[in-house]
Design a protein around this ligand. Structure first.
Ligand code: 4NP
Length: 157
């Protein structure tokens, strides 16, 4: 990690209203709990721009709030310029990963792209499922997966 500049992590999902803003909020909590907010910064963005400007989905805000996370991010689309600004760009599922690989402006930039599920250890699943059309259980599962992966991501930095 470069000690002169903040290390910047961007979480990306499809809509930027469920998984990636939750990942951002959880990761920011982990970073703050370790007193590392002056060194590590997080943001989130979506492949699809249709929810631009919106707060996270109310079901996700409610489920996250019950675990102590206040999600206040406003949705925005990911841009190829994000690859210049961020050190890590983390995809929630395989489609997000492929879309990011196509958006990356250089081969070097593709090396910044990781899968969120690659930071899971106890859960045996290769992607963070889209909870948008799932019930309450889907949101709880996503939060379980994100809590584990965010803790392991922090340890990996
Ligand atoms: P997310 O969930 O990618 O976790 O934010 C979704 C939210 C909205 C849509 C798809 C996925 N949508 O198609 O509107």
């Amino acid at each position: 990690m470069n000690i002169n500049k903040k290390y910047k992590v961007l979480f990306v999902c499809l809509g930027n209203i469920c998984r990636s803003p939750a990942a951002q909020g959880i990761f920011e909590s982990v970073v703050a709990a370790h007193g590392a907010s002056d060194r590590i910064e997080a943001d989130s963005a979506g492949i699809y721009s249709g929810h631009q400007g919106q707060l996270p989905d109310r079901r996700m805000r409610a489920a996250a709030s019950a675990r102590g996370y206040d999600l206040t991010h406003r949705a925005r689309p990911v841009s190829s310029l994000d690859f210049l600004d961020f050190d890590l760009v983390i995809a929630m599922d395989d489609e997000n990963y492929e879309d990011l690989m196509h958006l990356a402006p250089s081969v070097e930039a593709t090396h910044k792209i990781k899968r969120m599920a690659s930071y899971l250890t106890t859960h045996k699943i290769s992607y963070i499922p889209d909870p948008y059309y799932m019930g309450q259980d889907g949101f709880e599962l996503v939060l379980d997966l994100l809590e584990e992966s965010c803790a392991n991501l922090y340890r990996s930095l």
